[in-house]
Design a protein around this ligand. Structure first.
Ligand code: PLP
Length: 400
């Protein structure tokens, strides 16, 4: 039997080394790369062992909805990178967000959330939570007074997504954590856009950190996956909720994602380098009305970006000059860049949020988070930056 590697894992001083070396201990076969445990259950040597494992008196695997060596390896490595001590892997990023939101709430509770959110998260809060008697208040990402005024005696959870999708609005994590502490609330953050290489919210005191591992963690557009990680205390309810409701990550997907973490640092460095050059190109183009990229000095929240992010990330949003029709013509003239909702891929991917990912929102809801009809979101990939820029430049010229 493989041991849970928490017990054995050596922690190294550097992120890159933990990403590469954080792996389960070897079996007697001495494999260098972890094998895949495609099994739903595990065998006990005796009735007594079965009893002890079920009673949580002894460590051991018994059923893959609860835990599996591959999901453990992935999530424990992610915990090391996020600087927290507990977590669980989930089948998708939305399962992670749903767990983090639901696990601590009950009927009558209230949640305060930043308004700029991934659409499905917005739909959970707006459409589903009211069915269960849970109310919410949305606030502008950067408006501190609005955050303070939104807190009610029944507020239990503050939920943030920073940088946000697709507007790249930032929330001051340290400020929201301090507000939560004063009011006895938990802070959950969707860290998918940044990845732990760029932003580690636990460093500012966040209790629960959610990931869509489908994005930068996989990094190659191959698999769905997610995780919630955080303090033992905050994770207890999340684990209970997850074990009963079953949003478990499959061992094969966990194996892919654990391997992907090994290359996260090198990929993110290159993504961010390309994105910075891309944002600079856009900010100098007359065909572009506005550019949003956290590490551009012209960015309204540049100071905050520098405070809580190590690099600017791979996401760039911009508005094409000349109106909606021109924006659509521009998209149709692209020859290399993929028009697809995924992000965090090696391939540069472009989305028109108003007509696709955010089409479920009303026009007022979209405009409240600055999603105009001319807004385009790009996940800058790992192609040569000159080829990415050439494709955009060509499409801008052809769409005039
Ligand atoms: C994609 C995404 C999600 C949802 O993740 P899935 O893996 O698609 O379920 C949640 N939050 C953000 C910020 C995302 O980009």
């Amino acid at each position: 039997m493989y041991k849970l590697f928490t017990a054995n894992m050596k922690k190294y001083p550097h992120f890159e080394t933990n990403a590469v070396r954080g792996q389960m201990s070897r079996s007697q076969k001495k494999e260098h790369s972890a094998p895949i445990f495609a099994t739903s259950s595990f065998v006990f040597d005796s009735a007594e062992e079965a009893r002890a494992v079920f009673a949580e008196e002894a460590d051991g695997y018994f059923y893959s909805r609860y835990s599996n060596p591959n999901t453990d390896e992935f999530v424990e490595k992610l915990c090391a990178l996020e600087g927290v001590d507990d977590g669980i892997a989930t089948a998708t990023g939305m399962a992670a967000n749903f767990l983090a939101i639901m696990a601590h709430l009950r009927a009558g509770d209230h949640i305060v959330s930043s308004r700029s959110l991934f659409t499905s998260t917005h739909q959970i809060i707006t459409q589903l939570l009211p069915r269960y008697g849970i109310s919410h208040t949305y606030v502008d990402c950067g408006d501190k007074e609005e955050w303070q005024e939104a807190i009610m005696p029944t507020t239990r959870l503050l939920f943030i997504e920073t940088p946000s999708n697709p507007g790249l609005d930032l929330v001051d994590i340290g400020f929201v954590v301090a507000l939560a502490r004063e009011n006895n609330c938990i802070v959950a953050i969707d860290n998918s856009f940044a990845s732990p290489y760029i932003q580690t919210p636990a460093q500012f005191g966040a209790d629960l950190i959610c990931h869509s591992a489908t994005k930068f963690i996989d990094g190659q557009g191959r698999t769905m996956g997610g995780a919630v990680v955080g303090s033992h205390e905050a994770m207890e309810q999340v684990r209970f909720f997850a074990r009963q409701t079953g949003p478990t990550l499959a061992p094969f997907n966990a194996w892919i994602l654990s391997k992907s973490l090994e290359t996260l640092p090198v990929r993110m460095e290159k993504h961010c380098q390309n994105a910075m050059k891309f944002a600079e190109f856009l900010s100098q183009s007359k065909d572009i009305q506005s550019v949003r990229y956290p590490f551009l000095p012209s960015y309204p929240q540049y100071e905050l970006a520098k405070k809580q992010m190590r690099l600017g990330g791979a996401m760039v949003s911009f508005e094409v000059a000349g109106g909606y029709e021109r924006c659509i013509r521009f998209i149709d003239k692209l020859e290399m860049i993929s028009v697809t909702p995924n992000l965090g891929d090696t391939r540069t991917a472009l989305t028109h949020p108003a007509s696709t990912t955010h089409s479920k929102l009303s026009e007022d809801e979209r405009l409240a988070v600055n999603i105009t009809k001319e807004l385009v979101r790009v996940s800058v990939g790992l192609e040569h930056i000159d080829d990415i820029i050439a494709d955009v430049d060509h499409a801008l010229k052809k769409s005039k």
